[in-house]
Design a protein around this ligand. Structure first.
Ligand code: HEC
Length: 135
């Protein structure tokens, strides 16, 4: 392979391996709080409570994307129980979506929630993959 081809291929390979690639730098290197990685029942409960108050309208009480607002939305709310999502979600990516929203969709930036609350939501959403939506 020509050296110039390598220069192109290497960053591309690297991007495949880092699931947080594509995030703006401050989000890519954030310190993820310990409680997010192995959330206690208490943290999950706090996250679930925030979730029901702010998110279930679109993402559904069962976190399966089937909230009341779903049918009115062109880009459907994410189903957090889905295998594909579970496989790709990382704490930093979920945190970024909550803090900044998803441009071009109904997903707003949750500036009214503070960072601690956002991490509790991250902990809860990532735990749904393994433990289901109920706490
Ligand atoms: C008004 C409807 C609505 C509300 C309320 C809402 N969302 Fe969303 N959400 C969406 C839509 C639509 C998307 C975009 C789906 C896509 O990009 O395919 C989305 C995407 C996301 C994503 C990105 C998933 C990914 O990995 O691409 C996360 C995480 C998320 N929402 C979490 C939340 C949380 C947490 C709350 C509550 C604090 C919330 N959402 C409230 C509609 C909503």
């Amino acid at each position: 392979m020509a050296p110039s081809a390598l220069l192109i291929a290497l960053p591309a390979l690297w991007a495949c391996r880092d699931p947080n690639a594509g995030l703006p730098r401050p989000y890519r290197t954030l310190t993820v709080p310990e409680r997010v990685l192995a959330p206690s029942a208490e943290v999950r409960r706090k996250g679930r409570e925030l979730y029901l108050r702010n998110c279930a309208l679109c993402h559904g009480e069962g976190a399966d994307g089937r909230g009341a607002r779903r049918s009115a939305l062109t880009t459907k709310p994410v189903d957090f129980t889905q295998r594909t999502w579970c496989g790709e979600a990382t704490p930093r990516r979920v945190f970024h979506a909550i803090r900044e929203g998803v441009r071009g969709t109904a997903m707003p930036a949750w500036k009214a929630l503070d960072e601690d609350q956002s991490w509790d939501l991250v902990a809860y959403l990532l735990s749904v993959c393994e433990k289901g939506a109920e706490v």
